[in-house]
Design a protein around this ligand. Structure first.
Ligand code: MN
Length: 511
């Protein structure tokens, strides 16, 4: 049997650090539920001391996960961080504290102002303290990619001696060349005494487009855990993408002497879900999960694929769940068929919630006749957005054309239930709608990006709008809205971004 490679998903921690990709607790739970279906071994759910919202997310993901996977909480190598992480992990059946610090000269000198000896002492103390609180402690060596290899071995030795159960080597800045990184991992794997009794992990970034290659090189040189994110989300250019690492290990398992327990047919759905929840669009030519990942356009390629798929296709699209379902629902499908389809898609709802979704489904089916899986997912996400809303858009009436002055009349309910009817004119229908909304909401944001996309096929498809709004403090918030009418989608997306802005500032304040 080949080596089992544990998949440590950090979409909810490192991934969420992408500008504009922040998620509230409810959204993190939606993603966590799907990560569990996907079969990840570890979910890093947040950084508890960083905000009350992150604390709550770790707590609730811990509760949700039960026995199904390890739930990890990130912290710096500081007592107060570690204590807070342990507190948040009380609900978890399989808790892990992830703690560590920078180990490169540049981090020690310019960020931490520590000597090497102080760094070793700090690592030892942090791991010991964490081990006094939980049994599973991961020590991360930040910026290991630029660290001196002898010092790296020394600090890892100290962490292992202090009781770390997992050692994570991070190329935090995505700096390394592949062979150089492999040598570093190998040095730790062969020189640290007792390393065979702990899990060796790699955490790589994509600044040079090498994140997946670095992760695989880590595996080749002794790592048995890989840290990654869905769609490669993460700081700057992102982390290694789970779907790439997993499919490369699946395809080259023999050469790597490795396998994972990921249910690969769930990959596509997970990718779509994370993209929807965070508002971070996946580029069409993205490996594995991009819209064009299995599309063949040149005549020569099409001819080859028609004769034998393997001529130009190294994997079966079905193996990553990239084939559309042939099951199409309509207004005549009824409750049982809808429930069955939702079940297959991985959703289960209490009766009253199901009724609310059924009503939305019927409303959609009346308008567009054929309802695809993607439509159902959009209904569910719209519904989940509504439930958590501060402001809700109840109605929008637009008048526009040439030579009319674009005018919007909006009805918006605030969280205490007061209905506001407001109107505004603008340079176009979207501008008029946004100006009307601005008259009600108590915060200010500047529209930085606006994109509209059809969710499914056909002229009657649902139009989904994604907006990015910059708040006065420079933070970016993503909003999404879906409707048959793209002006309504646009207004919903804007209200959604405003809601996120307000919820984030409240969670920061601990309300
Ligand atoms: Mn990172």
């Amino acid at each position: 049997m080949s080596r089992k490679i544990a998949i440590f998903d950090t979409t909810l921690r490192d991934g969420e650090q992408s500008p504009g990709a922040s998620m509230n607790t409810e959204e993190k739970l939606i993603v966590a539920r799907q990560l569990i279906r996907l079969g990840v071994d570890v979910i890093e759910a947040g950084f508890p001391i960083s905000s009350p919202g992150d604390f709550r997310s770790v707590q609730e993901v811990g509760q949700l996960a039960g026995d199904s996977c390890v739930v990890a909480a990130f912290c710096r190598a500081r007592t107060e961080d570690i204590d807070r992480a342990a507190e948040a992990l009380i609900t978890a059946k399989r808790p892990r504290i992830v703690t560590g610090l920078g180990v490169s000269a540049i981090h020690l000198n310019d960020k931490l102002h520590m000597t090497e000896d102080e760094c070793v002492a700090c690592a030892t103390e942090a791991v010991k303290h964490a081990r006094s609180l939980v049994d599973d402690v991961e020590f991360f060596a930040e910026d290991a990619g630029r660290a001196d290899v002898d010092f790296l071995v020394r600090v890892v030795q100290a962490a292992v001696d202090a009781g770390a159960t997992v050692i994570n080597l991070a190329d935090t800045t995505g700096y390394c060349m592949v062979d150089e990184w492999g040598k570093k991992v190998k040095a730790v794997a062969t020189q640290v005494k007792g390393i065979e009794n702990v899990t060796l992990s790699v955490h790589t970034h994509n600044d040079l487009g090498l994140a997946t290659a670095l992760a695989l090189e880590g595996v080749r040189n002794g790592a048995t855990q890989v840290e990654c994110t869905i769609n490669g989300l993460g700081e700057r250019a992102g982390n290694s993408a789970l779907e790439e690492v997993v499919m490369a290990i699946k395809m080259h398992g023999d050469a790597l002497d490795a396998h994972t327990d990921i249910k690969t047919t769930e990959i596509m759905r997970t990718s779509r879900l994370v993209s929807r929840v965070t508002g971070m669009t996946v580029q069409a030519n993205k490996s594995i999960v991009g819209a064009n990942a299995f599309a063949h356009s040149s005549g020569i390629h099409q001819d080859g694929v028609l004769k034998a798929r393997a001529t130009y296709e190294i994997m079966d699209p079905a193996s990553v769940g990239a084939v559309g379902s042939e099951i199409i629902l309509s207004a005549r499908s009824g409750r049982a068929a809808l429930r069955h389809r939702l079940d297959d898609l991985g959703y289960s709802f209490a009766d009253d919630e199901f009724e609310a979704i059924y009503d939305l489904f019927i409303e959609m089916a009346d308008q567009k006749k054929e309802v695809y899986d993607e439509d159902l997912e959009s209904i569910i996400q719209e519904r989940q957005r509504d439930v958590a809303a501060v402001y809700t858009l109840n109605a929008l009436q637009i008048q526009c054309g040439d030579p009319l002055v674009p005018t919007a009349v909006a009805t918006i309910t605030d969280e205490v239930g007061v209905k506001h009817v407001v109107s505004a004119t603008g340079t176009g229908p979207v501008d008029a709608a946004y100006k009307a909304i601005d008259r009600v909401v108590a915060v200010h944001g500047d529209l930085a990006e606006f994109a509209v996309k059809a969710i499914t096929r056909g002229i009657d498809a649902i139009g989904e709008v994604t907006v990015r709004v910059t708040a006065d403090d420079g933070m970016i918030y993503t909003g999404r809205g879906a409707d048959n009418d793209i002006i309504v989608s646009s207004a919903k997306a804007y209200v959604n971004a405003i809601n996120r802005m307000i919820q984030t500032s409240r969670s920061r304040d601990g309300r």
